[in-house]
Design a protein around this ligand. Structure first.
Ligand code: NI
Length: 183
């Protein structure tokens, strides 16, 4: 296990399309997932995509908002080669922040209801739905796999700035709740 360096906005790895994972069960993919897990726990965010740790592979990990196990610990979800489809036309604007843009936040329009497919680290296919903030986290993470950072999705750049300055305008504080956590 290792804590990996997180790429920040401006690094080309964040602007490139990541490659499909051919074998989700390969030891190097499981090593990457373990290292991403350790990195996310070290830095204390809600989600992380492989390009953020300089690996151009279609792998994302995140803590599913609101979901905990019996011991009240957050459960980590791993998605390989994820594909997102909106379920309807509904779009909501909400605050986002990103480990690759530390300290910044912005109001981003995202689909409210999505379905998503992908592979587990065991190589099993799945199809699920997500709504609200869960759907937002997934869209943010999967955008990283296509070289898209959240400011590129914003429609009003007046709502982009440092989280500490934006708090009075409704942005969540980093330690307040899940919605303030970087991803
Ligand atoms: Ni991010």
């Amino acid at each position: 296990m290792a804590i990996l360096k997180i790429a920040r906005m401006g690094h080309l790895v964040l602007q490139q399309k990541a490659e499909e994972v051919e074998d989700p069960t390969a030891s190097e993919i499981h090593r990457l997932i373990n290292d991403m897990n350790e990195t996310l726990d070290d830095v204390g965010g809600i989600g992380l995509a492989a390009p953020q740790v300089h690996e151009g592979q279609r792998v994302v990990i995140y803590y599913e908002p609101g979901r905990t196990d019996e011991e009240d610990a957050k459960e980590l979800t791993v998605l390989i080669n994820p594909v997102i489809k909106p379920l309807d036309e509904e779009v909501e604007v909400g605050w986002e922040s990103c480990l690759s843009l530390p300290g910044l936040t912005g109001a981003v329009p995202r689909h409210t209801h999505i379905c998503y497919t992908g592979l587990t680290p065991e190589g099993e296919e799945f199809e699920r739905e997500a709504h609200g903030f869960h759907a937002r986290v997934l869209q943010h993470e999967c955008d990283h796999l296509d070289g898209i950072l959240y400011p590129m999705r914003m429609t009003n750049m007046a709502y982009f700035g440092f989280a500490e300055e934006m708090r009075e305008r409704g942005a969540p504080a980093k330690d307040d709740d899940e919605e303030g956590e970087e991803q």
